[in-house]
Design a protein around this ligand. Sequence first.
Ligand code: HEC
Length: 164
Amino acid sequence: MNKSHGLVGGMAIACLLVTAGCNSRADEEAAAPATTETAATSDAAATTGDAAAPAADVEFASLTGDPAAGEKVFANCVSCHSVEAGVNKVGPTLHGVVGRHSGEIADFNYSDANKNSGITWTPDELFVYLADPQAKIPGTKMIFPGIKDPQQRADLIAYLQTQS
Ligand code: HEC
């Protein structure tokens, strides 16, 4: 008898809790449709964005870089960069850049954005950076739109790896 009494008491408390929960949910419901609509709109925008830029989905790991082809892609960089050690132009030397920490060339006057980016130039980081440098390092003074073709970036990185 005592046992069932306790159970009834427990259920009464549970009901109170549920009621309280229901009340607050009813209050929130007024705002719910707007929230749902916003979510649906941003979903649609995300889908459109993906469709417009399929190349961005290509993973670096799925590509094999060809250093000889990459040397030709480096023509995009020579106006500002050399691969010779100690030779800085508008941009710092790219000798041994793969694996180097960003902003490490002592006698080059980097922007704070580049110097403080905290990036280590692994092949993966270079792959992302070289597609759109200003997206990866906002405020960089490397004024270059990027190389959009993922295979060309992989080739270029393979070439840079041979320059160390
Ligand atoms: C118009 C000149 C210009 C071109 C073209 C250019 N760069 Fe740069 N690059 C710079 C400058 C300037 C910096 C230094 C950025 C800063 O300090 O904000 C830089 C920085 C870099 C860095 C970071 C180096 C470090 O020590 O942190 C890498 C990597 C790099 N460039 C690679 C390339 C590659 C590869 C290409 C060719 C696809 C290229 N850049 C084309 C001017 C250029």
